[in-house]
Design a protein around this ligand. Structure first.
Ligand SMILES: Cc1cc2nc3c(=O)[nH]c(=O)nc-3n(C[C@H](O)[C@H](O)[C@H](O)COP(=O)(O)O)c2cc1C
Length: 397
């Protein structure tokens, strides 16, 4: 809940501006106060009267307006806010914020405010992937602003790629996590992605894990106030700059990094799809093709990271993930018991619409005496729900 919080929702000139209407509705429903800032361009995409009616307050738009300054001027607005969410955030406004401009009301308020700033970029994939935009994202993130998304998929212009604004529910979940600060002061260690087990300098054994669920958990935990370390296998994702990312390749590397970081952690989330086996011998040169005989690979078991953590650190909250293709709940519960975990999150990786590489997930959270089913939703929403549930279960040590 955002009860009694003061939230500025700022809209910029993007086709996704209509989604801000739903975001404002969600924030109002949670009994927060909302003020709206609209850039001039935003007003071309959704009418100020709509946003005024939804927020129940006059729209703020002009910086150099005597009347506006005489009422709630930019400094008052800046002081009033607990959080500022720029949704949608255009490439133009992102560039201004990251460079410290204050050339319109929105950027001047952000400069003058101590409120937490959330930026939900929305733009064509080419604009998003432009080197300068990516540099601006890194800069804005290093200033402490939280970048929410963007998502990927089909865009208004017909392109497919990254740049879609997150859905209002996903942005609201991040605001709520920040407001509740459920994990304030906690240290969370998360593993994510696949591991790669080299056969020779060219080939490796791996799996289909994209790392999206682990990265979503890292973002959700960070939004909830935790300090997060993410030990990540090879993936194509980038975490917020406030998250410490340790890149690894093999299961043995991941194990070594977990052993190095686990002592300081309060909560361990083993979300990586760690390879169970690795080749006994890694060839130093590429194995030459010989079609006249079979190639036999001898594999040895990798260290069981989750088991190591639960056997040696039972004072910590330990959450495992279980990827199953059949008997999902039974197999996951067996793993929970065998590894003495506090929770196991089970997903069905035989489905194409969820789990491996998909944007969405549908999971069961299993603890010793109960099972909680979470409905299919984006991985970031599922991540927030997992952390909220675990907190509510008040099992955090
Ligand atoms: C139809 C249309 C759609 C647009 N959609 C976006 C968008 O989704 N993201 C974006 O960064 N810019 C978009 N633009 C360009 C911005 O509106 C433009 O850069 C504007 O200067 C942004 O101003 P602001 O950041 O002050 O709101 C769009 C422009 C048009 C004409």
């Amino acid at each position: 809940m955002l009860k009694n919080k003061n939230i500025i929702v700022a809209l910029t000139g993007s086709i996704a501006a209509y989604k801000a209407a739903e975001l404002v509705r969600l924030i109002k429903k949670s009994e927060a106060e909302v003020r709206i800032i609209m850039t001039d361009a935003a007003k071309e995409f959704i009418t100020p009267i709509t946003m005024q009616a939804l927020s129940g307050n006059p729209i703020h738009s002009n910086l150099l307006d005597m009347e506006a300054e005489a009422a709630m001027g930019h400094i008052e607005l800046a002081k009033w806010a607990d959080a500022i969410v720029v949704s949608p955030c255009s490439a133009n406004t992102l560039a201004k914020i990251s460079q410290g401009l204050g050339s319109d009301l929105l950027t001047a308020v952000i400069l003058a405010s101590e409120a937490k700033v959330f930026l939900a970029p929305a733009m064509n994939q080419q604009m998003w992937n432009a080197q300068i935009t990516q540099e601006n994202v890194v800069r804005a993130s290093s200033l402490g602003h939280k970048i929410l998304g963007p998502g990927e998929g089909e865009q208004a212009c017909g392109d497919i790629g990254s740049g879609r604004m997150l859905e209002p529910e996903e942005i609201f979940a991040a605001l709520e996590a920040f407001s509740l600060s459920l994990l304030e002061g906690k240290k969370v260690l998360i593993t994510a992605g696949p591991t790669q087990e080299p056969i020779d300098p060219v080939r490796y054994l791996s799996n289909h894990s994209s790392g999206k669920m682990g990265y979503a958990l890292a973002e959700a935990a960070e939004a909830a106030g935790a300090s997060v370390t993410l030990v990540s296998g090879p993936v194509n994702l980038r975490a917020s700059s406030s998250i410490e990312v340790i890149d690894v390749v093999t299961a043995k590397d991941m194990f070594a990094e977990v052993k190095r970081s686990i002592e300081a952690a309060d909560i361990f989330i083993g979300c990586a799809a760690v390879a169970d086996y690795s080749p006994v011998n890694t060839h130093s040169q590429k194995i030459k093709k010989n079609l006249n005989e079979n190639l036999l690979l001898e594999l040895e078991p990798n260290p069981d990271i989750l088991k190591f953590v639960s056997e040696n650190y039972s004072n910590k909250t330990i959450i495992g993930f279980s990827a199953e293709t059949e008997n999902v709940e039974d197999f996951a519960r067996e793993k929970l018991v065998a590894k003495n975990l506090d929770f196991i999150v089970a997903n069905d990786v035989s489905r194409n619409d969820i789990a491996f590489n998909a944007a969405e997930n549908e999971v069961l959270i299993i603890s010793k005496d109960k099972t909680k089913a979470l409905a299919k939703a984006s991985k970031i929403l599922v991540a927030h729900q997992i952390l909220n549930y675990i907190h509510q279960d008040s099992l955090l040590h």
